[in-house]
Design a protein around this ligand. Structure first.
Ligand code: FAD
Length: 656
């Protein structure tokens, strides 16, 4: 395999220029392996950056397949989608064309942690994604299973033991490439499990990837094992929805993409979700049949935040667990019971389902199942997602130990951009933790690694008041346009217009100033406290919960009326006003940490007894245990808060 490839020293150009008797071997700038959520984004991003790209995947008709939940987004995940969109990625736009129920989660909390989410029509998503991928300029799509990598001598100016220069397919044919992106999801030595039965598969109905897994292991990559699972699917007409709590979608629907003002479907035409709960009978069936359930016994770790019903019953006995009944699509007869991921034998799954309220007569159409698969320790990749071991080889998606479509898409777009930049000898495109959730995700993976499926949460981001879903375009679109070339002119112009409109709007709102008593008269709806009738700027008035731009523009039509014309602009001005003062302080702190990320921490610092710096006992213990060398390394230790980092930074600077 590798040795053979190395000794052959395939060089693409010799194949093209030379010997007419030699069979023609295709040669691309970037080859992406896998047409899942990471692979589609990677391939499209590389092509947008101007690279001639090939997407090689098992089956074209599974491109865009949602292997598990029929939904996208949520808390933290919605943020990732906005960032993917800001870089002109696909999934947000496709979700705006394919959703059946759009709802923003966490509405009662501040807009920094709102979670854009939608139930998605599986069939439509797949159709729309395939249409997009098959019509992307510079992108070729080919069916095939990749078995091996072609390796050549490494470039001396870069680290790495080998350099990838192409791939070998299962039929022995080869494709040469300047960069290769691997996005094989749950397919590396994938095994699916129901009850005591196990058989090799990447997901139900798909062959696993064995050859490639062996190649990676032989090359010296550290491989681990993880598991996940999916619930059974239930016939819609067999459910008694009338006795269950109904959840209706938002009105209006908030699109995922910055370039869309609306989604494809009106709120009144969208489908509802319903809520039911497990009960002690469910616990009983799970506990009595543990001996028939080999997935539960496997030592591989499963997703902590999307656990199977078996793990929930074992970890939290005697509790009722939520089961959301989610539509699978506009004309689908199936319902996805979210929260009921299970690997019991099929007949016991059906028995379990029918003891749940509303599901007494439910018909199970497809049983739930588990999947166990290899992943590669993500500490083996750089922040640009290139591997340390093999130059020009990039990993993205579930192969890096993550779970979820959004985490996969986010890595895909970064890997695609960097695979393309590498070909053009351009510097890597890296997003820092202070710039985006994508930065948080990749930094967590590459510095800390993971031993359980990693998913994104807002709590993982230190600077979440700045990394909001509403401002992902201001954070990333300009960089994507200028440094990577992955952003279209149309999107760049829209982001530029939005940025200047916001700046202008904020400065106008700052310039309008009246005594608070006058504001009270102008906007009686607002609970403005008059006190000593101090001067208040319109921007300060906009911070009141009950005030929006519309109300403000009624009070001061000129010059504010024009800011009511665009819904997104009006909402963003309100959000900017809400966070103005906290953000100012946070921006200063971000700059301070960014400036001093490389600042060395004294080797002999005794964190446990340190008196002159305010640190919690927990933070002291973590620093004591990890002994970070720099402020940057300290800020990446889970549980060491941004406030602690600022205190530590200031302390170290004063003592140096
Ligand atoms: P995938 O979407 O899996 O795509 C991999 C692609 O690579 C496929 O198109 C495959 O055909 C192709 N491929 C693989 N090997 C080769 C090869 N050698 N040559 C060519 N092509 C190849 N996520 C959650 O967030 N929560 C869950 O509860 C959850 N449960 C899941 C349950 C199951 C049973 C499965 C299968 C997945 C589950 N997921 C869940 C994970 C979610 O589906 C993934 O996180 C997401 O799809 C990962 O995207 P990806 O692009 O990395 O891989």
């Amino acid at each position: 395999w590798v040795a053979a490839s190395l000794t052959k020293q395939h060089h693409p150009s010799s194949r093209f220029s030379g010997d007419s008797a030699a069979p023609w071997t295709p040669h691309f700038d970037v080859v992406v392996i896998g047409g899942g959520h990471a692979g589609t984004e990677a391939a499209a991003a590389a092509a947008r950056c101007g690279s001639r790209t090939l997407l090689l995947t098992h089956r074209v008709d599974t491109i865009g397949q949602m292997s598990c939940n029929p939904s996208f987004g949520g808390i933290g995940k919605g943020h990732l989608m906005r960032e993917v969109d800001a870089l002109d990625g696909l999934c947000s736009r496709i979700c705006d064309q394919s959703g059946v129920h759009y709802k923003v989660l966490n509405r009662r909390k501040g807009p920094a942690v709102w979670g854009l989410r939608a139930q998605i029509d599986r069939k439509l998503y797949k159709q729309n994604m395939q249409k997009e991928i098959l019509n992307t300029p510079l992108l070729t799509v080919q069916e095939g299973a990749v078995e091996d990598l072609i390796l050549t001598e490494p470039e001396p100016e870069h680290t790495g033991k080998y350099r990838v220069s192409g791939v070998v397919l299962v039929d022995g044919s080869t494709v040469y490439a300047e960069s290769v992106v691997l996005t094989t999801g749950t397919f590396l030595r994938g095994m699916i499990v129901i009850g005591l039965e196990m058989h090799p598969a990447g997901r139900l109905g798909d062959q696993p990837s064995i050859g490639l897994a062996q190649t990676l292991e032989k090359l010296g990559f550290v491989v681990g094992r993880l598991k996940t699972g999916t619930p059974p699917r239930i016939a819609k007409e067999s459910i008694n929805f009338s006795i269950l709590n109904k959840q209706t979608p938002d009105n209006p629907s908030i699109p995922f993409s910055f370039i869309n003002e609306t989604v494809w479907i009106k709120p009144e035409d969208q489908l509802p979700c319903h809520l039911t709960h497990t009960n002690p009978q469910v616990d009983e069936i799970v506990l009595e049949n543990l001996h028939l359930n080999c997935h539960v016994k496997e030592t591989a770790k499963g997703p902590r935040y999307c656990p199977s019903i078996e793990s929930k019953v074992l970890r939290f006995p005697n509790r009722l667990h939520q089961v959301w009944l989610e539509p699978e699509g506009m004309d689908s007869d199936l319902i996805y019971p979210q929260g009921l991921s299970v690997t019991l034998p099929a007949e016991l799954q059906e028995k379990m389902i029918t003891c749940i309220r509303g599901l007494e007569k439910a018909k199970m159409i497809q049983p739930g199942y588990g999947v166990q698969y290899d992943y590669l320790d993500p500490r083996q990749i750089t922040p640009s997602l290139e591997t340390h071991l093999v130059q020009r080889l990039f990993f993205a998606g579930q192969i890096n130990g993550t779970t979820g479509y959004e985490e996969a898409a986010a890595q895909g777009v970064i890997a695609g951009i960097n695979a393309s930049l590498r070909v053009r000898h351009k510097p890597p495109f890296v997003i820092s933790r202070t710039e985006g959730y994508i930065g948080v995700l990749i930094d967590d993976l590459t510095t800390l690694g993971t031993n359980e499926p990693y998913r994104m949460f807002t709590s993982r981001a230190e600077f979440r008041l700045s990394l909001r879903p509403d401002n992902a375009d201001s954070r990333l679109t300009f960089r994507g346009y200028k440094e990577a070339g992955c952003v279209s002119q149309q999107r760049y112009e829209r982001a530029t217009w939005m940025k200047s409109s916001l700046e202008e709007g904020i400065s106008v709102l700052k310039s309008i100033e009246f005594p608070s008593s006058k504001w009270k008269n102008l906007i009686p709806e607002a609970s403005i406290s008059i006190g000593k009738s101090l001067p208040l700027r319109a921007l300060d008035v906009l911070k009141y919960e009950e005030v929006d731009i519309e109300l403000l523009a009624k009070a001061v039509p000129e010059p504010l009326r024009k800011y009511t014309k665009c819904r997104e602009l009006a909402e963003r001005l309100k959000i900017e006003a809400t966070y103005e003062s906290v953000l100012f302080h946070q921006q200063q702190e971000i700059k301070e940490v960014q400036r001093d990320e490389a600042l060395q921490l004294p080797k002999d610092l005794d964190y446990l007894t340190l008196r002159d710096v305010s640190l919690s006992h927990e933070v002291r213990e973590k620093l004591h245990f990890s002994r970070p060398q720099t402020i940057g390394a300290a800020s990446r230790i889970p549980g060491v808060t941004p406030a602690a980092i600022i205190n530590l930074l200031r302390f170290v600077k004063t003592t140096q």
